[in-house]
Design a protein around this ligand. Structure first.
Ligand SMILES: Cc1ncc(COP(=O)(O)O)c(C=O)c1O
Length: 306
C-alpha cells in the first residue's frame, strides 16, 4: 500500500463489538477481565489504552519503526526519551533547536546531571568536534526551529556509528510524509504532534518512535513508569487529523512557495529563510526591534524520500 493510502487509514479498524470502522474513544481508566486468569490485553489506561494504541501503531507504521508512543505533548515525548540516559551523560544538540527543548535541557535535566553542548548541526564537522568521552547521543532537529538549518542525516548516522552513539531526530517539521529518519538508520524519532500531524490546532500531543524493538521496550517502560501518556480523546483527535496529512503537506508547500517569493520582494523584509529543498519560511523583518514572524511549510521534498 502507498504511504499516502496508509496515512488515510490511520485508526481505521473493525471494532469487534459494534463493527465501528473508526477506532472508538475508549474513555475508561480500567478494563474488566473476562474471567480469572483471562485478559483482553488491557487492564489500566496508563499502561495501554486501545485508542492510544491505535495512534501509536499508526505513527510506528508511518515512520517505519518497531514501536511508537504517544505522550501529552512534544516536550513530554522529549522528556521521556531523555529519561533513557543517566547523570554524567553528554549530548550534542542543534544550537537553534526549539526553545522549549533548550529550556528542558538547560533548566531541568542539567539539575539531574545531563550535560549538553549546542552546536550548528548543519555541519557534521562541528558536531564531531563537540563529541566528548562521555557523549551518549546526537540530538538534532532538521530543519531546525526557527532558522531552518538542515542536517545531513546519513552523515549524522555515520558519525554516530563510528563513535557508538545514539541518534535522536525531532521530525516535527517535515513529518514522515517528507522525511523518515529511521529508514536512514536513526535510533529514535520525536514529534510535536501539536503541529502538522494533528493539523487542526485542537490538540497538544507528542510522539516517539524507536527503530528497534528493544529500545521501544525501554521507552514503553518509561512511559508507563512515569505516567506520561496521551489521553483517549486527544489520541482520537490526532488520528483524525493525521488522515489528511499528505494532502495538507502538499498544500502547505505550494502556499509556502508563493509566500516566500512575495516576501523576498517585499521592501520591509530583511531576510527570508527558505531552504528550497525543504520549503520552509522564516521571516525576519527590518523593523525596529527586529520583530520576527515564522511559519513553515513544505513543497517538493517528496523527492527526498519517494
Ligand atoms: C520542533 C519542535 N519540537 C518540539 C516542540 C514541543 O512540542 P509541544 O509544544 O507539543 O510540547 C515544538 C513546539 O513548537 C517544536 O516546534
Amino acid at each position: 500500500m502507498f504511504w499516502e493510502s496508509q496515512v488515510v487509514h490511520a485508526g481505521v479498524c473493525t471494532d469487534p463489538v459494534t463493527g465501528a470502522i473508526s477506532t472508538p474513544i475508549y474513555q475508561t481508566s480500567t478494563f474488566r477481565h473476562p474471567a480469572l486468569g483471562q485478559s483482553t490485553g488491557f487492564d489500566y489506561s496508563r499502561s495501554h489504552n486501545p485508542t492510544r494504541q491505535a495512534v501509536e501503531q499508526t505513527i510506528a507504521n508511518l515512520e517505519r519503526g518497531a514501536a511508537g508512543f504517544a505522550f501529552a505533548s512534544g516536550l513530554a515525548a522529549i522528556t521521556s526519551v531523555l529519561m533513557l540516559f543517566r547523570a554524567g551523560d553528554h549530548f550534542v544538540i542543534s544550537e537553534d533547536c526549539y526553545g522549549g527543548t533548550y529550556r528542558l535541557l538547560d533548566k531541568v535535566f542539567r539539575q539531574f546531571g545531563l550535560e549538553a553542548t549546542f552546536v550548528d548541526s548543519s555541519s557534521n564537522e562541528k558536531i564531531a568536534a563537540a563529541i566528548l568521552p562521555n557523549t551518549r547521543a546526537l540530538f538534532v532537529e532538521t530543519p531546525t526551529n526557527p532558522l531552518m538549518k538542515i542536517v545531513d542525516l546519513r552523515k549524522l548516522v555515520g558519525l554516530a556509528r563510528m563513535n557508538n552513539l545514539f541518534t535522536i531526530v525531532d521530525n516535527t517539521f517535515l513529518t514522515p510524509y517528507l522525511q523518515r529518519p529511521l529508514e536512514l538508520g536513526v535510533d529514535v524519532v520525536l514529534h510535536s504532534g501539536s503541529k502538522y500531524l494533528s493539523g487542526h490546532n485542537d490538540v497538544i500531543c507528542g510522539l516517539a518512535v524507536a527503530r528497534e524493538r528493544e529500545l521501544g521496550e525501554r521507552i514503553g517502560f518509561i512511559q508507563n513508569a512515569s505516567g506520561n501518556i496521551l489521553g483517549p480523546q486527544d489520541s482520537w483527535l490526532l488520528l483524525r487529523g493525521m488522515k489528511t496529512l499528505a494532502l495538507r503537506m502538499d498544500r502547505h508547500g505550494s502556499n509556502a512557495r508563493k509566500v516566500s517569493g512575495w516576501l523576498q520582494e517585499h521592501p520591509k523584509v530583511e531576510k527570508v529563510y527558505y531552504p528550497i529543498f525543504f520549503q520552509v519560511v522564516f521571516v525576519q523583518t527590518g523593523q525596529i526591534g527586529k520583530g520576527s514572524l515564522s511559519f513553515s511549510s513544505v513543497i517538493i521534498s517528496k523527492q527526498l524520500v519517494h
